[in-house]
Write a protein that binds this ligand. Structure first.
Ligand SMILES: [Zn+2]
Length: 156
């Protein structure tokens, strides 16, 4: 593994820890870390249920926090790490924010917006395209989601 791969995995592990926080609060476990030049700028975890907010996905939370900290909406040079492939809303938000690179763990074949169903993150018709790396910590992220949904079915 190169140094860059090691760094990707390190940031993804932080995102996985954030996904755990989402789970503890009753939300689908998805976590996100936004980094630039090797530094974490913002973090987020899914809080749709906790905040009664359909847009409070991990990615959106992290993008908002980073933009607020920068004092501007352009997140040039940033890499967003997220434990699950972004949905259509989040992929569009990444393009709107001019994120440079997206790294995600497991695919979302039911609603992915970065390659599985659609690919808004890297579509030549749009005015900004994002470099995508897939599969970093894929097994861990998928296992977290699988166990969450299995537990939830048991409770029903
Ligand atoms: Zn989303």
């Amino acid at each position: 593994m190169t140094d860059a791969d090691v760094r990707d995995e390190e940031f993804m592990r932080r995102a996985l820890a954030l996904a755990e926080v989402a789970r503890e609060r009753g939300d689908v476990p998805v976590g996100a870390v936004l980094a630039c030049d090797g530094q974490i700028e913002a973090v987020g975890f899914n809080q749709k249920e906790a905040n009664h907010d359909p847009t409070a996905h991990a990615e959106i939370v992290a993008l908002r926090q980073a933009a607020a900290r920068r004092g501007g909406w352009r997140l040039c040079g940033a890499t967003l790490y997220v434990t699950k492939e972004p949905c259509l809303m989040c992929a569009a938000a990444c393009v709107a924010a001019r994120i440079e690179r997206l790294v995600y763990a497991c695919d979302d074949p039911k609603g992915g917006g970065a390659g599985s169903v659609y690919n808004l993150a890297d579509d030549p018709r749009l005015n900004h395209r994002i470099r995508i790396t897939r599969g970093v910590c894929r097994e861990e992220a998928a296992a977290l989601l699988t166990s969450f949904f299995a537990e939830r079915r048991k409770e029903e």
